[in-house]
Design a protein around this ligand. Structure first.
Ligand SMILES: [Zn+2]
Length: 346
């Protein structure tokens, strides 16, 4: 069945400023403005987010941390060696987290509706009590916790940013109601995300890590999707799928060392959409994380929105002609680590 797509976007995202030369530069917001404008002209609904509330943030962040970042209002500061605020950043971070909240409320209340939140700053490195890696508030975690608070039984988060989402993993690692699946370059920043990290206590098995050695190509990504991501999602049967949509695994990205092409981002989204159609009437949300080559970011975001909007089509995986040795290694390691929890066949 056809899915309608909704974009959550604010032109104010550009007000989060970083020092000159920092990869999280304001031009990223201009790319998102241009995309929102193009899709508006094609009839896609664009909504402006509200600010996330303290109560919504406090589900996943410490009160003391929220107080501390509240003190950055009106000031330019460095929260860690990579993470900066401009005088407006606190408010913009509240809008980014609020975009996830808005997306959840609209998608949960509907059927066959997907939402893409075109936000910055990104969120998946933000820990419960710490800003990190360009991230102030964990937008995806705030959204998943909001869906749970609204009565959603099982939320799956799929993170294909080139970096591991340490913050998201840690926030939900003991929670069996929120599945976290990450495919990322490893070893690499932030250092977490080995295949043996499977969650703890009641959440054991509900953290799934798919590390890929530097240089991974489209075939590696296809291999881990077919071998682990899709089978585990089918067994989990999510009521909502949230995608931590980073585009820094693109071959043109200046930070990441993976070699994915733009069509691979469309193929991943097709696969995830098919699972969402099967399990939860197409309800899914994508929230933007990294992606630092402006052209690759724009093209991949366009391909993502195109894939979510309209009737479903089978995933068209591109071919680089390079054998998928990294993907097979990752699937093998995941199978060993996850055998007690999920059926992952050869
Ligand atoms: Zn990233």
């Amino acid at each position: 069945m056809a899915v309608s797509v909704l974009l959550v976007h604010s032109e104010r995202f550009a007000e989060h400023q970083t020092p000159p030369g920092h990869p999280e530069r304001p031009e990223r917001a201009e790319v998102m403005d241009a995309i929102a404008g193009r899709w508006r002209a094609r009839g896609v609904e664009i909504v402006a987010p509200r600010l996330a509330t303290h109560e919504q943030l406090a589900r996943v962040h410490d009160g003391e941390y929220l107080r501390r970042i509240g003190e950055t209002v009106g000031r330019a500061t460095a929260l860690d060696p990579d993470t900066y605020t401009s005088p407006e950043s606190h408010e913009i971070a509240l809008l980014a987290a609020g975009a996830g909240i808005d997306a959840v409320e609209r998608v949960i209340g509907a059927s066959h509706l997907a939402a893409v939140a075109l936000v910055r700053p990104p969120g998946h490195h933000a820990e419960r009590d710490r800003a990190m890696g360009f991230c102030l508030l964990n937008n995806v975690a705030v959204a998943a916790a909001h869906a749970r608070a609204l009565g959603t039984a099982r939320v799956a988060i799929v993170d294909y940013d080139v970096h591991h989402g340490n913050g998201t993993q840690h926030i939900f690692e003991a929670d069996p109601h929120v599945l976290y699946v990450s495919m990322h370059q490893h070893p690499y920043y932030p250092g977490t995300g080995a295949s043996g990290e499977v969650g703890r206590d009641a959440g054991r098995g509900f953290t799934v890590n798919l590390p890929l050695e530097v240089g991974a190509v489209d075939e590696d990504c296809q291999t881990v999707f077919a071998g682990v991501v899709i089978p585990v999602l089918r067994q989990f049967e999510p009521d909502l799928v949230i995608v931590s949509a980073g585009f820094d695994a693109h071959e043109d990205d200046p930070l990441g060392g993976m070699r994915l092409t733009t069509p691979a981002f469309a193929a991943m989204m097709s696969e995830l959409r098919a699972v969402a159609e099967e399990c939860c009437r197409g309800r899914m949300i994508a929230i933007v994380e990294g992606g630092y080559d402006l052209h690759a970011l724009g093209a991949s975001l366009d391909a993502t929105i195109e894939t979510l909007d309209g009737p479903p089509s089978p995933a068209a995986w591109p071919s680089s002609g390079i054998a998928s040795s990294r993907g097979r290694d990752s699937v093998k390691a995941a199978r060993l680590a996850l055998a007690p929890f999920w059926t992952i066949t050869e």
